[in-house]
Design a protein around this ligand. Structure first.
Ligand code: NAD
Length: 351
C-alpha cells in the first residue's frame, strides 16, 4: 500500500506517518511545506526507514503535486496539510485561505486527474481522505453533540477555511465521482504538539514557572482526543470507510479549559514539585473574539460501522503527554526558542 500524506511533518500528520510506516508497514510519501508548524524532527523515528520518503513542497504548487503523484503513484491520499492555529487565523487569515482553500483545491484537482488516468486503466482502488475539524460545526450550547448531519456554522477564519475545503472535497466526490471521504475530528493532544497550543504551552510554562494564560473564565469546553487514537481512526477510515461519507471522530472526553490547566498543574506538582502549587501561575486573559463555547463529538457512526473506539481516556493520556514533554526537551526547546515561548494570548487553537 502506497500512501501520500500531506502535512506529515505536523502534529497529527506525523502521528499518522509513524502509524502507517511503523505499525502498518506501508510505503509513505510525506509531502510538507515545512511552515513554522512543520518539523522533520517529529519524523525522527521513520527518518531512516526505507518505507518512508519526504518531499518538501507546497500543496498550492500544482506542478510539484503532479510530480509527487506521478512519481510516487499513491493508492491512498491522506490530506492533513493546513494552517491550523485559530489565533493566527484571526490576526492574519491569508495563509489560511491560501493553504486550506486554494491548496486543498490544487490537491483535489491533481488527485482527480491522477485518479481519472488510473480509472481509464480500470484500476479503481484509490481513496482520498480529507482530514478536517469539528470546528466547522460552530459552537454547541450546554447540551447536544455534533453529528455528521449538524449544519456547518464556522466562527473563525480557520474554521471557515476548513469548512470551505470540506465542501470542495465533497463536491469533487459528487461532481467527478472521485472516491473522497471526509473526517471531522475534535481537539487532539499528545506528543509532538507545537508549543503554541494549549496543552504543551501550559506544560512548558509550568515547567519554567511562567504564567499560565487562560482565555476568559476558562469555561470553554473541548472534547479531547489522544493523537494516536486519531491516527488509528484515520487508518480505519481510509481502508474501510464508505466512499462519499463523512465520519466524526471524538474521544468522549469533554473538559473545560480550566479543568485541563488545573489537571496539568496537579501532575506537575507531583512530577516537578515547586515551593507553591503550580495553580498559582494561572492568569486569566482577555477572551478570544468569536470563541466557541463548547465542542463535543458524537462518534457513534465511526464506532458502529468501523469498530473504532478511543483507547486513551483523558486522565491517562494527559499524564503520558506531560511525561513526554518532560522527557523530550530535544524536540521542543528549539521550537520554543524560535517562537518566543510563553507569550500570553496564544493558546487553545484548533489543537
Ligand atoms: P499542524 O499545524 O501541526 O501541521 C500542519 C502541517 O501542514 C505542518 O507540518 C505544515 O508545515 C504543513 N503545511 C502547512 N501549509 C502547507 C502547505 N501549503 N503545503 C504543504 N504543507 C503545509 O496541524 P495539525 O494539528 O497536525 O492538524 C492537521 C490537520 O488536522 C489539519 O488539517 C487540521 O485542520 C486538522 N485537525 C486538527 C485538529 C487538532 O486538534 N490539532 C483537530 C481536528 C482536525
Amino acid at each position: 500500500m502506497r500512501v501520500l500524506v500531506t502535512g506529515g511533518a505536523g502534529f497529527i500528520g506525523s502521528a499518522v506517518v509513524r502509524h502507517l510506516v511503523l505499525v502498518r508497514n506501508y510505503d509513505v510519501l510525506t509531502v510538507d511545506k515545512l511552515t513554522y508548524a512543520g518539523n522533520v524532527a517529529s519524523l525522527a523515528t521513520v527518518e531512516n526507514n526505507p518505507l518512508h520518503r519526504f518531499l518538501q513542497a507546497d500543496i498550492c504548487n500544482r506542478a510539484a503535486m503532479q510530480e509527487a503523484f506521478d512519481s510516487f503513484k499513491p493508492d491512498r491520499v491522506m490530506h492533513l496539510a493546513a494552517e491550523s492555529h485559530v489565533d493566527r487565523s484571526i490576526t492574519g487569515a491569508r495563509d489560511f485561505i491560501e493553504t486550506n482553500v486554494v491548496g486543498s483545491f490544487t490537491l483535489l484537482e491533481t488527485a482527480r486527474h491522477y485518479w481519472q488516468d488510473l480509472f481509464g486503466k480500470a484500476k479503481t482502488d484509490f481513496r482520498f481522505v480529507h482530514v478536517s475539524t469539528d470546528e466547522v460545526y460552530g459552537s454547541l450550547g450546554k447540551d447536544g453533540l455534533f453529528t455528521e448531519e449538524t449544519p456547518y456554522d464556522p466562527s473563525s477564519p480557520y474554521s471557515a477555511s476548513k469548512a470551505a475545503s470540506d465542501h470542495l472535497a465533497k463536491a469533487w466526490g459528487r461532481t467527478y465521482g472521485m472516491p473522497v471521504i471526509v473526517s471531522n475530528c475534535s481537539n487532539n493532544y499528545g506528543p509532538y504538539h507545537f508549543p503554541e497550543k494549549l496543552i504543551p504551552l501550559i506544560v512548558l510554562n509550568a515547567l519554567e514557572s511562567k504564567s499560565l494564560p487562560v482565555y476568559g473564565n476558562g469555561a470553554n469546553i473541548r472534547d479531547w482526543l489522544f493523537v494516536e487514537d486519531h491516527a488509528r481512526a484515520l487508518d480505519l477510515i481510509v481502508e474501510r470507510g464508505r466512499i462519499g461519507e463523512t465520519y466524526n471522530i471524538g474521544g468522549r472526553n469533554e473538559r473545560s479549559n480550566i479543568e485541563v490547566v488545573k489537571r496539568i498543574c496537579s501532575i506537575m506538582d507531583t512530577l516537578r514539585p515547586q515551593k507553591a502549587p503550580h495553580e498559582r501561575l494561572i492568569t486569566y486573559v482577555r477572551d478570544r473574539p468569536g470563541h466557541d463555547a463548547r465542542y463535543a463529538i458524537d462518534a457513534t457512526k465511526l464506532e458502529a460501522e468501523l469498530g473504532w473506539k478511543a483507547e486513551e481516556n483523558f486522565d491517562t493520556g494527559i499524564e503520558k503527554t506531560v511525561n513526554w514533554y518532560l522527557e523530550n526537551e530535544w524536540w521542543w526547546a528549539p521550537l520554543r526558542q524560535g517562537y518566543g515561548g510563553g507569550r500570553l494570548g496564544l493558546l487553545n487553537g484548533s489543537g
